[in-house]
Design a protein around this ligand. Sequence first.
Ligand SMILES: C[S@@+](CC[C@H](N)C(=O)[O-])C[C@H]1O[C@@H](n2cnc3c(N)ncnc32)[C@H](O)[C@@H]1O
Length: 208
Amino acid sequence: MKRSKSSRDWLKRHVNDPYVQRSKKEGWRARSAYKLLEIDEKDRFLAPGGVVVDLGSAPGGWTQVVVKKVGAKGTVIAIDLLAMEPVPGSAFLQGDFATGAGLAAVEAALGGTQADVVLSDMAPNLSGIAISDQARSMALAELARDFALDHLKPGGVFLVKVFQGVGYDEFLKSLRGAFDKVVMRKPDASRDESAEQYLLARGPRRFG
Ligand SMILES: C[S@@+](CC[C@H](N)C(=O)[O-])C[C@H]1O[C@@H](n2cnc3c(N)ncnc32)[C@H](O)[C@@H]1O
């Protein structure tokens, strides 16, 4: 089958991407591993013995980084819609985090333990209709935020991928209202042409 020009361009960029080449050499499943490594290098939130929930984990680049950082005494719970070859040292759940069943499965795996860190790199399958892709992406970020507020320890960290566009400002405002400190991160491994960025929120505030 003949590839379209945009898919040929993507393939060329992918093959020539230094992070793709480096991840192959260094044994990371995805170039996205470097995004988490870089953010953690700056903000230092993945520590030995930590309890970490990884939402939208496949193919497992972030899970590999987290397992390495938290070590044998840590707990890593990962969930994705897609099948993922388990990363030794983590528990993988295949399911839809946006459903009651997916949420319940993650809560059951936590077994009442509060998390040190909640990560969300979730992104919907893109339809190409920008307004609906943005709305679906913001809805996933909101679900992850609400989960983090319910399950983080005092002082815990929530790291979430968001795309600048409709709903972004309101989401950022909601994080600023619900956490002690919020910073934006655009790691080098995140492509310049992508509207993606990461928000890191520390210290959930408890209301009521
Ligand atoms: C950018 S990828 C994550 C890459 C991953 N952090 C890594 O380093 O390998 C986004 C993932 O979010 C997952 N995802 C999207 N919606 C989801 C949902 N409702 N529940 C669980 N996973 C979801 C997708 O299946 C996809 O694998």
